[in-house]
Design a protein around this ligand. Structure first.
Ligand SMILES: NC(=O)c1ccc[n+]([C@@H]2O[C@H](COP(=O)([O-])OP(=O)(O)OC[C@H]3O[C@@H](n4cnc5c(N)ncnc54)[C@H](OP(=O)(O)O)[C@@H]3O)[C@@H](O)[C@H]2O)c1
Length: 330
């Protein structure tokens, strides 16, 4: 099969197209023929070897010293089931599916293997194209995890810093669906876009400092790494929660002590993607409560350009990569 390989950490141009052996299908495996995948901020980090301050040595120990041990990146896919193992009960050849591979990656290839028992492969919502279905899980499952841990509820006021990106655009939609009052922070060029996602208020970070504002929040989520606790605490209500999606190692460690000495809580650490997150996301997508946001489209052969766009740190929503003419079908 054709796959995009990252032989070592480096700029977008390090990616190479190669013919590699197809994954072997064991008894519990489902093999997916990939119609569409994405390049996420996670792929950018693993390709470049650039991790949040303090995490470099931990990440390279976990992922690989000179380059990613799993050299085929890509966490989000959609397509049709190509083959199933002898013990698979929930899928059959030809089913339309979407899935999240998580840390094992492997989505930037014509064929991608899932363990049925992980529960991270789902029937594709019938109202979404394959491209759209491929675009929702990285941001969507991150948003579900953070908002659940932050216990966001109807009537809460939430501030979302970095509201236009893959995670932020999912957070805005999900928080509105829950019934919260949403304030988004983004660049001037994305103010109208974030409002169109449902945000009640939008602040342009170049001209408006949320810490100088009168508003106070039950929940703040930082996806941009610019709202650590030291900065955000002044606008967190008594009992407020801060979710750090992007933060330094120091801010992650500091999070452990905040709850001991204040009435605030800081939620840090890597997002845990679970089967129930994927089930919830599939339902939210099916009902239209969370809509796909595609900020860039590329052919598989042009994936290097997708990496370049993601690396800017200013993409809107998700950047999709199509491998098959059926990627735009429902
Ligand atoms: N902890 C975890 O397990 C976990 C999970 C998922 C993602 N992440 C991390 O979370 C970060 C966000 O992920 P993503 O996929 O949403 O990235 P993304 O799609 O690249 O979005 C980043 C967003 O940040 C905004 N931004 C840049 N500078 C900003 C600033 N000074 N203030 C406010 N917003 C700013 C950009 O909007 P403008 O163009 O409007 O500036 C952009 O939309 C990444 O660094 C990723 O590695 C961590």
């Amino acid at each position: 099969m054709r796959a995009i390989i990252v032989p070592h950490y480096g700029p977008p141009e390090v990616v190479e197209t190669r013919d590699v052996p197809s994954p072997v299908v064991g008894p519990k495996h489902v093999l997916v023929r990939v119609f569409a995948t994405t390049v996420t901020s996670g792929d950018w980090r693993v390709r470049s070897g650039k991790f949040p301050r303090g995490f470099g040595w931990i990440a390279t120990l976990a992922i690989g010293m000179r380059g990613p041990r799993n050299a085929i990146l890509g966490t989000e896919v959609s397509g049709i089931v190509e083959a199933v193992g002898s013990q698979v009960t929930g899928f059959k050849v030809g089913d339309a599916v979407f899935g999240f591979t998580g840390a094992s990656m492997g989505g930037h290839a014509e064929l991608c293997r899932f363990l049925e028992t992980d529960g991270l492969l789902m029937p594709k919502p019938t109202n979404l194209t394959f491209e759209e279905a491929a675009s929702i899980s990285f941001g969507g499952t991150t948003a579900i995890d953070v908002l659940r841990r932050a216990k966001l509820k109807a009537g809460d006021r939430i501030l979302i810093v970095g509201a236009a990106g893959g995670v932020g655009s999912s957070l805005v939609q999900l928080a509105k669906h829950i019934g919260a009052h949403v304030t988004g922070v983004c660049s001037a060029s994305n103010v109208d876009f974030v409002r169109s996602l449902g945000a009640d208020r939008v602040l342009d970070y170049a001209n408006e400092d949320f810490t100088k504002d009168d508003a106070r929040y039950d929940v703040i989520v930082d996806t941009a790494g610019t709202a650590p606790y030291a900065r955000s605490k002044v606008v967190l209500k008594d009992g407020g929660r801060l979710g750090l999606v992007l933060a330094t190692l120091g801010d992650n460690l500091g999070a452990l002590t905040v709850g001991l000495f204040t009435r605030h809580k800081v939620l840090a650490g890597p997002v845990m993607v679970r089967a129930d997150h994927m089930r919830e996301l599939a339902q939210l997508a099916m009902t239209g409560a969370v809509k796909p946001v595609i900020g860039g489209r590329f052919e598989f052969e042009k994936i290097v350009e997708a990496h370049r766009l993601v690396e800017t740190g200013h993409k809107r929503g998700s950047v999709v990569v199509s491998l098959d003419a059926r990627a735009t079908d429902r």
